[in-house]
Design a protein around this ligand. Structure first.
Ligand SMILES: Cc1ncc(COP(=O)(O)O)c(C=O)c1O
Length: 376
């Protein structure tokens, strides 16, 4: 509400200097969480999808160099190839398509039993493509895959990408901000080894929609891709400010950074850590029930706040039917999960009022619905 009333246009710093300082502060806080250095920069976006698109644009243009702007992909004989896992969020496929790379040049590498990208298969695919005369340019790892929350081996990916001169982007929209909790700090701090990362404050920071963020380790890559300031927009340069219009595709932009800044100031790191851990505890509790009770089968290890499971004695259709009835009768809002080709249910804990008793009630109700469809 305050951001709407202030009605700042966060494109050129000259039009919105206070908002510019706030947005820079938020981006810096996030960058510091992952120990990105002083050269890092980024901006608040509408969400993880836009953050991924901006990061992959920077990766593409970094690879193309000088010709990125003039020739684009048109003049290239050796197509660019992007690698990611089969569990990646579809916003990566969408970005590849929007950027003109072509999804035929997107490799979905198979995962191990814990839904993490297989490094040996990644290396084989890159080698294979190089032999065919293609140009491997980017690997996207996930700091929390969308379905199961799996964390790709980020340190190993970083070492590999550096050895191959390939840009490493981490899609951290789901899980990277769990770095705020001691429980997840160790795996998430590796995110700072990447060339870029996407974050989603409107997920684990509970910020109202829309609020995403992209950080690029060397902000000059953002400027190389997006600096298009024509003479009618030329404004004073000042080392204390950035033109956010140089950092992404938008010119006019709202003051989304304010609500993120405000939430961080108001609730603070400790509260966020407690809430993240509380949601993860509830998911772990549901996971234990799914693992122990014979009616259920746990489909994937529980990492963050989501649980994928199914009714063990019902087929895919039966599981779909139970999910539909559970949602229709208003008991709980779970979503579908397709894990290694099998259909089940996915619970994601995001409500601060949910407790252990709710978890028990949901599991009892799912078991009851499972019995009732068997009798039909
Ligand atoms: C891993 C991951 N990446 C990207 C996205 C897309 O984020 P947004 O909906 O904010 O565009 C999501 C959303 O669920 C996600 O889980």
């Amino acid at each position: 509400m305050v951001a709407s009333v202030l009605n700042q246009n966060c494109n050129l710093w000259t039009l919105s200097p206070a908002a510019n300082a706030v947005e820079q502060k938020v981006v810096r806080w996030f960058a510091e969480l992952f120990s990105f250095g002083d050269e890092a920069g980024g901006l608040i976006t509408s969400g993880g999808s836009m953050a991924n698109l901006i990061a992959l644009t920077s990766a593409r243009d970094h690879c193309l160099g000088e010709s990125a702007r003039t020739e684009g992909l048109q003049g290239r004989k050796s197509p660019l190839v992007l690698y990611t896992s089969e569990e990646v969020h579809s916003s990566i496929d969408k970005a590849v398509s929007v950027l003109g790379l072509g999804v035929n040049y997107l490799r979905h590498i198979p995962c191990d039993e814990n839904f993490r990208i297989r490094l040996d298969l990644l290396a084989d695919a890159v080698k294979d493509d190089r032999e065919k005369g293609l140009t491997p340019f980017c690997v996207v790892g996930s700091a929390g895959t969308v379905t199961t929350g799996a964390i790709d081996p980020i340190r190993e990916l970083s070492t590999y990408c550096r050895s191959q001169d390939i840009w490493l982007h981490i899609d951290g929209a789901y899980g990277a901000l769990t770095v705020l909790s001691d429980r997840f700090r160790e795996p998430m701090s590796a995110v700072g080894l990447a060339d870029s990362v996407s974050l989603d404050p409107h997920k684990f920071l509970f910020t109202s929609f829309e609020a995403g963020c992209v950080i690029v380790k060397d902000a000059s890559n953002l400027r190389q891709a997006f600096n298009f300031l024509p003479s009618y927009l030329a404004m004073e340069k000042d080392p204390d400010f950035v033109h956010f219009a140089d950092y992404g595709p938008q010119l006019s932009r709202g003051f989304k950074a304010l609500k993120v800044w405000w939430s961080l100031r108001r609730f603070g790191r400790k509260t966020y850590a407690e809430v993240i851990e509380r949601m993860a505890d509830l998911a772990a509790y549901m996971g234990q029930i799914a693992d122990k009770r014979p009616e259920f089968e746990l489909l994937a290890p529980v990492v963050f706040n989501c649980v994928c499971f199914r009714l063990a004695h019902r087929d895919d259709r039966g599981n779909e039917k139970v999910l539909k009835r559970l949602v229709e009768n208003g008991t709980a809002f779970l979503g579908p999960a397709s894990v290694k080709g099998r259909h089940g249910l996915r619970a994601c804990f995001m409500n601060l009022r949910t407790g252990e008793a709710d978890v028990e009630l949901i599991m009892d109700e799912i078991a009851r619905l499972g019995r009732s469809i068997a009798e039909e």
